[in-house]
Design a binder for this molecule. Structure first.
Ligand code: ZN
Length: 397
C-alpha cells in the first residue's frame, strides 16, 4: 500500500457505501499495481476527493477527483462521476435514467443546434443523431439538470470530452420523472444521507466491547483542533454539535472533523431555544447551519440535531424529522461551563460518568474543558473504552 489519501462519502444505505468503497479500493489497487515492483516511495501518491453534486432520498450523484503521482512523473488528474440508486446501492448507467432511449440523438441534435447549428458539420450532425444513451459513460444529476461528458464535435469519441448540462425539463418524456430534479433554490434541503466522509473499516468497532460517545457542543472554537489532536492520537472519535454562525470562520477545522472520521451534528445557527421561535426563524436556524456545514466540508450533511438546552416541542420535533434530523440528547452532563477555570472538576465528571453506552456532554469552547478531555481520552482508552460517534453508538447500543 502506497501513500494514499482517499476520502469518500458513507451513506445510510450500506449497499451504496459498499459500491463507493469498491470503486475506491479498485483505484488504489490499480494505482499500486502500476508501480512496478511495489517498493515504498513516499513520492508515489494517490489522492481521491469527492463532491456531492446532488442527493435526495433516492439517488446521489458524486464527482470524484483523483490525483495520481508516480515518483518522478507529472501528476495525472482524472474525474469520475458516479450516480447511485440509494435503494439498491447500485451505480446507475446513463441508460437507466431513460423510459425510452430511442430519439435521444435527435433530442441532443435539436438542443445543440440552437447553440452550435452553424458550427456543426454534416458529419457531426449525423454523429449526434446516431448517439444513444449507451454511448454516454460519464454523467451526473445536478439540481435542475442532467450533465454528461461528450465530445459533440465527434460524439462517439471518448477523448476531448467536455461537460454538457441539459435542463431536465428538456428531457422530460425520455427520462424517468424521478431523475428530473428541481433547480437550485427551488429544492428543499436534501434528506441527509452522508454520515462520515472517512469511513472506518467495519471491524474497527467491536460491537461487544465497551463504548462511549463523547459529544462537544457550542463549537467550533479556538480549542477544537486540540480536541481533534487528542482524538486522533488515541484512535478515538467524537461528535461535534456545531453552532452554524461559527462554522464559516473555521471551515478548515470543520472539514478536519469529518475527514478524521468524527461526526458533526447541528446545534442551530444562533443557539436559541427552538420552541420559542416561529417557523421562519426555525427554518433559518436549522437550514443555514446545514448549509454552512455542507459548504465547509464539500457536502457533509448532519443527520443529528442537538437542540440548544435540549428544548423541543412537537412542532419543532416534526420539523426536524422532515429535514432528516434526529434529536440527539445526552446521558451525562459534565456541567463543565460552571467551572471554566477548573479542568480537574470536568475531568472528574467525565471519568465519573464513564460507563458502557454513555453519551457525555462537554463544551469544546472552554480551555479548561479541553484540558480535561486531553487527560480523559487516554485514560478512557486505557480502561478499554472505544470512543465512538453518536451514530456509531446508536448502531450498536
Ligand atoms: Zn449548546
Amino acid at each position: 500500500m502506497q501513500n494514499n489519501e482517499t476520502t469518500f462519502p458513507v451513506f445510510k444505505s450500506e449497499k451504496a457505501t459498499a459500491t463507493v468503497r469498491g470503486y475506491i479500493g479498485k483505484e488504489a489497487e490499480s494505482f499500486d499495481s502500476g508501480l512496478n515492483g511495489g517498493s515504498f516511495d513516499p513520492r508515489n501518491k494517490l489522492v481521491i476527493g469527492y463532491t456531492i453534486l446532488y442527493q435526495d432520498d433516492r439517488i446521489a450523484s458524486i464527482r470524484f477527483s483523483e490525483q495520481k503521482r508516480h515518483a518522478g512523473q507529472p501528476t495525472e488528474l482524472a474525474t469520475r462521476f458516479m450516480t447511485l440508486d440509494l435503494g439498491s446501492g447500485r451505480e446507475l448507467a446513463f441508460k437507466d435514467l431513460f423510459v425510452k432511449t430511442e430519439g435521444f440523438g435527435s433530442l441532443l441534435y435539436d438542443y445543440f443546434k440552437q447553440d452550435h447549428g452553424n458550427d456543426l458539420s454534416i458529419a457531426q450532425q449525423f454523429g449526434l443523431l446516431k448517439l444513444t444513451p449507451e454511448n454516454i459513460h460519464q454523467f451526473w444529476v445536478e439540481p435542475g439538470y442532467i450533465g454528461f461528458m461528450l465530445n459533440f464535435q465527434n460524439p462517439t469519441e471518448s477523448q476531448d470530452q467536455k461537460r454538457m448540462s441539459i435542463a431536465g425539463t428538456v428531457l422530460s418524456g425520455s427520462v424517468k420523472p424521478e431523475y428530473i430534479t428541481a433547480k437550485k433554490g427551488d429544492t428543499p434541503l436534501p434528506v441527509a444521507y452522508i454520515v462520515s466522509s472517512k469511513p472506518k473499516p467495519a471491524d474497527e468497532i467491536d460491537p461487544n466491547g465497551k463504548m462511549i460517545a463523547l459529544t462537544f457542543d457550542d463549537g467550533p472554537g479556538p480549542f477544537t483542533d486540540r480536541v481533534l489532536d487528542v482524538l486522533k492520537q488515541y484512535h478515538a472519535h467524537a461528535t461535534f454539535f456545531m453552532i452554524g454562525r461559527q462554522v464559516g470562520g473555521r471551515a478548515t477545522t470543520v472539514n478536519r472533523v469529518v475527514t478524521e472520521g468524527n461526526e458533526i451534528g447541528n446545534h442551530s445557527w444562533d443557539h436559541v431555544s427552538l420552541p420559542t421561535i416561529g417557523q421562519p426563524r426555525l427554518t433559518q436556524e436549522i437550514l443555514d447551519t446545514q448549509r454552512a456545514i455542507q459548504a465547509a466540508t464539500g457536502g457533509y450533511t448532519p443527520i443529528l440535531m442537538r437542540p440548544p438546552y435540549g428544548a423541543v416541542n412537537p412542532a419543532v420535533q416534526n420539523y426536524l424529522t422532515s429535514q432528516g434530523l434526529r434529536t440527539a440528547l445526552w446521558t451525562a452532563d459534565t456541567q463543565d461551563w460552571r467551572h471554566q477555570d477548573n479542568s480537574q472538576s470536568t475531568y472528574a465528571a467525565i471519568m465519573g460518568a464513564a460507563n458502557d453506552g454513555q453519551v457525555i456532554l462537554v463544551h469544546d469552547i472552554h480551555q479548561a474543558s479541553v484540558e480535561a478531555v486531553e487527560r480523559a481520552v487516554p485514560e478512557l482508552r486505557q480502561q478499554g473504552y472505544q470512543l465512538v460517534t453518536m451514530s456509531e453508538l446508536e448502531r450498536y447500543r
